[in-house]
Design a protein around this ligand. Structure first.
Ligand code: 6R9
Length: 572
């Protein structure tokens, strides 16, 4: 477990003095003003560098099923996908949704969409019809790429989505006839397209649309551009420390930004072998995967790490995990216990990294070679100017230990360029020339950042952001629900889970049967993560005099905190 690999970053203190983005452009052979297409960089360029025959992608599914792809296979598959999309008439910048489990077509199709010059919109396959509808409606999505298993959910919405021209089914077996506006496409049966003229996208051409939860209103689509590659390439190189001979495993689903920025773009733009496990989580299946694939670099999330800790040290000892060389984490605060635990059992600490859907790439992080303070998110990535702003005045300050809003100076390559169709909310993300993350932290004397909490009501459950507003809206659609308030509740493994306070309509009784029914209703409509883990029936919800439900009061109770100022409370 002793690591002898020289960190790519070299010295953090030296790197922060340099111009990292210019360096990344140079390494990638990109000249300002010339074409830049993420998918071309992840496939054709790597092949041109003499790595066509290198393994790019190892996929493992149920029962140990395996598929392997070289960089040339990636190039051909993405060409073939892109040619098919163009053949259908999908135009530049049209939104193409990937609504797939973590099957190879998700990864290859993603690259194909980008090569065709369209905008990739990955969505979790666990989404229910309501979650799907609002995102497809908002993005005015033209095509959805999906699989038999999920096509029913999209079909149900077709009439409500006038912009949706095609539903593309990647695993059609011809047994059931496809319906109107549905087409079958099989990568395995299609004739590989050797030469494809990749869309000549430029730095500011739209590439990706990732939906994320807001406090009020429906989810927002963070729109990214092809130039994001510059940040994603360099952060994958310096933070994840990817080297040519690494076997890299990013455990995130591409429905989440981590699964695209660092599950696809980071490793492949560096020509590194990446593997994917499309099997539900158990400590056994994960450890076995690391052992079997000889994983060297592992990028995961605190929820998973806490679940592994719970599974115990014995589970680790049963496997040979000596291939591991570098570990990193993202999505929620990484407790100091998790860092010391991983040092003890793997001989390696997890390196916490902090960023968001909107930032597109890692903002604050721990780096190989830089001292880790367990529990701290680390320091800003070279080229990122981060600060803390006063909670009231929004002015930057430098005092150690004072709580402020994490803010970043705009202008790094991977920053979102807008919220799709929502310029107004986008503008609200900036104050005094700073991008506001919506998170609070403190900084210590050495410039390390320490996460404090979110500055809003958003629930972070197992690393996924859930909007209370979205859950409340869905609850109201249930016939028994008169009113509801949704807050987070502490949870050992998921950090937070969703809890709903509900008042029922006359004629309904809040009992266990109703609870189960409502839980199922939300799971199907939104997703398993958005489903309340607990429903508490109450005759009255705390409200302000203007009638706004005070989630703050309910949340404080759940967390055993002081309730704070309740002077605006109507019914206390
Ligand atoms: C990549 C990603 C972003 C929000 C972010 C913050 C929380 C992410 C964290 C962290 C503490 C970390 N978050 N990393 N909190 N420590 N290392 O997570 O994107 O899904 O948009 O979530 O997640 O609250 O603002 P996204």
């Amino acid at each position: 477990m002793e690591t002898t690999t020289k960190p790519n970053i070299g010295s953090y203190d030296e790197r922060v003095k340099g111009s990292p983005w210019a360096l990344a452009e140079e390494e990638l052979g990109y000249k300002p003003g010339s074409d830049i297409n993420i998918a071309w960089y992840c496939t054709d360029r790597i092949c041109n560098m003499g790595k066509a025959a290198k393994t790019a992608f190892i996929w493992e599914g149920m029962g140990g099923a395996e598929k392997r792809y070289t960089f040339n296979d990636l190039r051909l598959a993405s060409n073939t996908f892109a040619a098919f999309l163009q053949g259908l008439g999908i135009k530049r910048e049209e939104r193409v949704c990937l609504f797939l489990d973590r099957i190879p077509e998700l990864y290859l199709g993603f690259l194909g969409v980008l090569k065709a010059g369209a905008v990739a919109q990955p969505l979790f396959s666990a989404f229910g019809d309501e979650s799907l509808l609002v995102r497809l409606e908002n993005a005015q999505t033209t095509a959805v790429i999906t699989q038999r298993k999920h096509v029913g959910k999209v079909r149900k919405l077709r009439e409500k989505l006038p912009c949706l021209k095609y539903i593309i089914v990647v695993d059609d077996d011809g047994k059931k006839p496809l319906q109107e506006r549905e087409v079958a496409f099989s990568l395995e049966q299609a004739k590989p397209v050797e030469d494809f003229k990749c869309a000549d996208t430029k730095a500011e051409s739209p590439s990706l649309l990732h939906y994320t939860s807001g406090t009020t209103g429906m989810p927002k689509g963070a729109q990214h551009v092809h130039y994001s590659l510059i940040s994603q390439y360099l952060t994958a190189k310096w933070v994840l420390d990817l080297h040519d001979d690494d076997i890299y495993w990013c455990t995130a689903d591409p429905g989440w930004v981590t699964g695209t920025s660092y599950g696809i773009i980071g490793p492949w733009s560096l020509g590194v072998t990446s593997c994917v496990l499309d099997v539900g989580f158990t400590s056994e299946s994960w450890y076995q995967f690391i052992q079997k694939r000889r994983v060297t670099v592992w990028y995961s999330a605190p929820t998973a790490i806490r679940a592994l800790m719970k599974a115990g040290d014995e589970a680790v000892k049963k496997h040979d995990l000596s291939s591991l060389r570098h570990l990193a984490s993202v999505g929620e605060p990484l407790n100091s216990e998790a860092v010391t635990w991983s040092e003890r059992v793997f001989g390696l600490p997890f390196h916490d990294s902090y960023w968001q859907t909107e930032t597109g790439s890692i903002m604050i992080s721990n780096y190989p070679g830089l001292k880790i303070k367990p529990g701290s998110m680390g320091k800003p990535f070279p080229g990122i100017t981060a600060t803390l702003l006063d909670l009231q005045t929004f002015e930057p300050f430098t005092e150690a230990g004072k709580i402020g809003l994490i803010a970043v100076k705009p202008g790094w390559p991977a920053m979102m360029r807008s919220y799709w169709n929502n310029e107004e909310v986008y503008k609200k993300k900036f104050r005094n020339g700073w991008y506001l993350t919506g998170d609070r932290a403190t900084r210590d004397m050495d410039g390390y950042y320490w996460f404090v909490g979110r500055d809003d009501d958003i629930i972070n459950t197992a690393g996924h952001l859930v909007s209370p507003f979205e859950v409340e809206s869905a609850l109201l659609e249930h016939p028994a629900v008169a009113e509801s308030a949704v807050v987070s509740k502490p949870d050992e493994i998921n950090m937070e889970v969703v809890k709903a306070f509900v008042t029922v309509k006359p004629g309904f009784i809040g009992n266990d049967d109703l609870t189960l029914e409502i839980m199922n209703f939300i799971r199907k409509k939104l997703s398993p993560l958005a489903m309340p883990q607990e429903i508490e029936y109450t005759p009255l919800l705390p409200k302000t005099r203007s009638g706004k439900i005070m989630r703050r009061v309910l949340k404080a109770k759940e967390w055993g905190q002081e309730i704070g100022d309740t002077s605006t409370l109507e019914n206390d």
